[in-house]
Design a protein around this ligand. Sequence first.
Ligand code: B12
Length: 307
Amino acid sequence: MNRYIPLSFVREEALKLGFQDCGAAKAGVCEHSNLDYWLENKYNADMDYMSANYDKRIDVNKLFEGAKTVFSFLISYNTTAEYVDNKLIATYALGNDYHKVLKQKLFTLLQTIQLKYPDFEAKICVDTVPILERQWAVESGLGWIGKNSCLINKRYGNKVFLAELICNYESDYSEKQNNACGNCNKCIESCPNKAIVSEGVIDCNKCISYQTIENKNNIPSNINLSNYVYGCDICLNACIWNNKAEKVNNKEFEPSEAMLNLIRRIEDGNLEKSDFNQARKHSPIERVKYDKLLDNIEFAKSQSFEK
Ligand code: B12
């Protein structure tokens, strides 16, 4: 007999742990024509890891043998905390590192599930696992892919993180949602480098987020950083669904004191390595080295830096 777990049970437990939503989709090969197109056009820039592990990225059975269901989870980082929209560091990096926060939550969830379903097994995925997280979120009914390529949720907008459990149980599968971007092109128009080359497709060579986080070489001189020195929120902030989004009280993603200090130091031009080391302790900003951050600041300053 097939093993079965109700989605309502998983969702209820996930919500107790602070997730905003959870859905489920039947495991298998994922729709990947957009990934293929993106890679063929070298829109991944120098992110070779996006072409490596291709077989795993499109088929969750290669990540977890005998996969039956992919549960997708959504958590908002659009918090009620008051802070100046600093236009230096992207919102997603102001609070605790979402990789650690979400992995811990899913680990706890897995333990809770196993108390009731002892032979439930799952692989926990958060960001770095080769899986198309946005596509699985669409398949799991959590929202649609916006023109800025982000997963947009009607209630929480696009400032949301995603994570998955690939498991050996069948479940109830969620209904997909319709795309509700309509004729709006605000995100496409907002990007100063025209990085959104067609609906849902980002050319990372032109993307501020890529240039300030992932690019290990010099930033090309024609790129406009628009003040950002780590990540970018421009196409997310432009989204009308983001403006309507319900804010959440997720304390772990509120800006840390160390991060607010880092921002003040950058603004005042007296940043020291110790400020960076404090801020990186719990933030995804640890993805870059101090020297890369300094280079980004120099580059942004050379292009009319605003406070
Ligand atoms: C590589 C990567 C990046 C790269 C490339 C981003 C990109 N657009 O591809 C860079 C460094 C630029 C980046 C930036 C950001 N990232 Co990032 N990133 C990833 C990563 C590791 C892989 C994404 C990927 O597979 N890209 C390849 C493209 C082809 O796939 P995709 O964008 O997911 O597109 C799928 C769908 O959009 C769909 N699709 C594509 N085009 C079209 C067109 C139409 C019409 C339709 C219907 C569908 C469709 O097909 C694709 C799958 O086949 C994921 C984690 C993961 N494992 O998935 C996080 C992830 C996508 N990133 C995330 C975040 C938070 C960000 C930033 C907001 C951070 C910041 N503020 O700076 C920005 C957003 C920039 C943007 N507009 O995308 C979140 C996004 C959550 C969300 N709401 O969508 C993820 C899911 C991480 C997480 N666990 O939460 N990121």
